[in-house]
Design a protein around this ligand. Sequence first.
Ligand code: ADP
Ligand code: MG
Length: 619
Amino acid sequence: MTDIIQLLPDHVANQIAAGEVVQRPASVVKELLENAIDAGSTEIKLIIKDAGKTLVQVIDNGKGMSVTDARLSFERHATSKIKSAEDLFQINTKGFRGEALASIAAIAHVELKTKRPEDELGTAIVIEGSKVKSQDVSVTPTGTSVAVKNLFFNIPARRNFLKSDTVELRHITDEFHRVALAHPNIAFMFYHNGSELFHLPQENYRQRVVHIFGNKTNEKLVPVEEDTEVLKISGFVGKPEYSKKTRSEQFFFVNQRFIKSPYLNHAIGAAFEGLLKTGYHPSYFLNLTVDPKTIDINIHPTKTEIKFDDEHTLYAILRSAVKHSLGQFNIAPVLDFEHQSSFNTPYSYKDKAGKAPTIEVDRSFNPFSEDTQTHKSGTSGFSKVKKAPAAHWESLYVGLESKENNSGNDFSEVTFESDPETAKMFDDTHVESRKPTFQLQQKYIVSTLKSGMLIIDQNRAHQRVLYENFLKHVTIKEATSQQLLFPLQLHFTPNETKIIKDLKSELEYTGFVFSEANEKEITITGVPVGVPDSEVSIILEQLISDVENDVPDANFSASDLLAKSMAKSLAIKTGQTLNQMEQEHLINSLFACKEPNMSPANKPTFITMSADDIETKFL
Ligand code: ADP
Ligand code: MG
């Protein structure tokens, strides 16, 4: 028998290797971005078409390549980053295996353009399925551009295996996040099908995190800093109350490389013990720096797993550092000190100029007159009650109609007529509401009434205000929406996605704009005015759990449930400090509601204590 073993030709070997390195467009993105970083670039552009299926291009301003290096870079095991086996334990670059470009060129059409700063002219190379099609001298800026087209053109099975554009783009975005987070000192731009998805300037780490995950992330972050002999930690964990049902905000970087480590993840979980609801995961963005000698990166082709020499020590240090930070920032939800200084109403009332309260006195008003019609603002005995405070708060409160728009709307009168008790209370409150109010235990607002004392539950009261507001939008089927700078992609289980889809039109009437949805992801491009991006997932998660827990019966109304749920998510919480204006504003808004005395969940929003009640206490 003749010998049967033969060496595979290079292009076949490359294709096999490619199977390991390149699973999907996102893998190409990762490899090209990493090469750009290794080249010392300060600005990197990522350009994608059709979720990378048609084009993945990375343009950098790094050190470029010589003519020979440009050609060699596509050879397998061709690398400038290590020279000997010892170097494997001193790795300071992202790449070192010299496989990426060779693998990519084996399964796609690749166009490379590169120029070193010291050269006048650069080099352009075109390679298709490992075959060099052309090599030319080229006029090109300093740096390197690698365009990868028609990925898997010669492996139809792999190409067919690719998921929808949404899914592939999600993978690319994940890779982009990881690389961009690890290198805040590099500017990144990311375009998909001609539109800019990210524009990240050179910035510090906190700014980078906030830039990627939205402005509201800023107040979620608790810094973690630790410097020991074996491990340096810097970065942030999210406050427990912002924990998520998904693991989408969990990032470990070891020596600026994103890694997955269930073991270290566990250390964080241990530090958060007792602070999280079941099924919720903490957010973290942590940079670990260790001596490169103490880790082995070369255990996985995509290098997302690494081996630490002394995992146990790292675990202990990490856990205690995170625990310490959480403790220091006193993360109990009711004592959120950071919130106090930056009180955040979901309506843009903060930006409005304060308005000195004015008291309008109707000099012709005669309390003994039977004829209430003579009251100048009233068309009925009850509407006057509604009118006066409306005039007072309309300029402050964005979103609720003033009385002017409301006139002719009969339910306000119906409500008051059917509930004279409320009307009386309201009248009373209105007259007295300019008296100083104060906040009790960051939970209640206390004010005076003619007849005694008024105690308002701030959370329930605000829920009522928001609930009526949302309900109104849903009912009249119109809302103003604010477009998001970066579309939000949220992950859900298929079941959860279905719930959201079923409520889609109601959600849209409140101001949400959905661009895409598939089984597990929903992309949101617009949110109701005044709703911060960071609240969106909280609102939807709350909504899902409300729907799941609410056995739909005959009275089930999707819009009502939605309005309740959103009000619950966005209302001022117990524990939030309110200043004088905010307190007054809330009181006025509450009593401008149709049913001020009950929260959407039918719990009292306020109680009163008459002077007599108080007196009996002193007996
Ligand atoms: P590795 O990154 O593991 O070295 P690659 O196949 O990704 O292997 O790249 C091969 C070589 O090509 C690199 O070692 C580097 O010298 C060169 N190279 C690749 N991309 C760039 C780039 N954007 N700028 C400069 N040189 C690059
Ligand atoms: Mg590389």
